[in-house]
Ligand binder design. Sequence first.
Ligand code: ZN
Length: 262
Amino acid sequence: MRVLRPAPPLLLTLHLLLATPALAGPPTAPTPAGALRVTWLGHAAFEVVSPGGTRLLIDPWLKENPRTPTAWKDLSRFAREKPTAILVTHAHGDHATDVPELARITGALVVTTGEHLRAMKIPEAQQHSVNVGGGFQLGDVRVDAVPAMHSTEPGGRPLGYVLTFADGRSLYHTGDTWLFGDMSLIQELFHPDIVLLAVGGGRWALDPRTAALAIRKYFKPSVIVPMHYGTFEPLAEEPEVRAAFSADARVRILTPGQPTSL
Ligand SMILES: [Zn+2]
């Protein structure tokens, strides 16, 4: 976590195909039919487009995010490529700062705890509150809220999210967290195929070695996408992340702004 100032508060064989890198300007690279497209936007921010076209933003901290490509910092692009929903794990500035503006620009549903929605003054029609254990269907995506071991203020409690797609695959965004025993239940219930894993450590969350332990101990994914590193001091930098997962061929180091089809 980091409170910025000023801040308001495979069932299919997984073939990892690098999609055409996003060129400056066009908001969308072609997506192979039926593919799941994941674009890291730096730090914990992702755009996920389901095989059926449901477009989700997760923790879209973009304008002041040092790792977000310039083309993604202009939030007006999301008026053209509207997300179906914006999922927020917790209230810290490096996750939620841009959410109220994005809600205004897009009119999208905003998904997080009721406490956090009210604190952000999200219009009632766009509020879609969730809490640990809750879930709902959004287009062709099932969204489930799971625990994270962190803090949040305001915001009730921190969350992670599991997205389950129509082909049966699932994707787990850990949010900011340490490893915790209930990760075994997340594995048992959702068997995530893809884990977007906070690894940056510093003073706030899982460091790369502990994140690698969390995978070894609790999960059996096909793809591991490290995130929440290399953004600012004292988060771990990429070489440390690569070293912690050195022998693991499932790890995909993504380049912010470049869509990857899974
Ligand atoms: Zn954070």
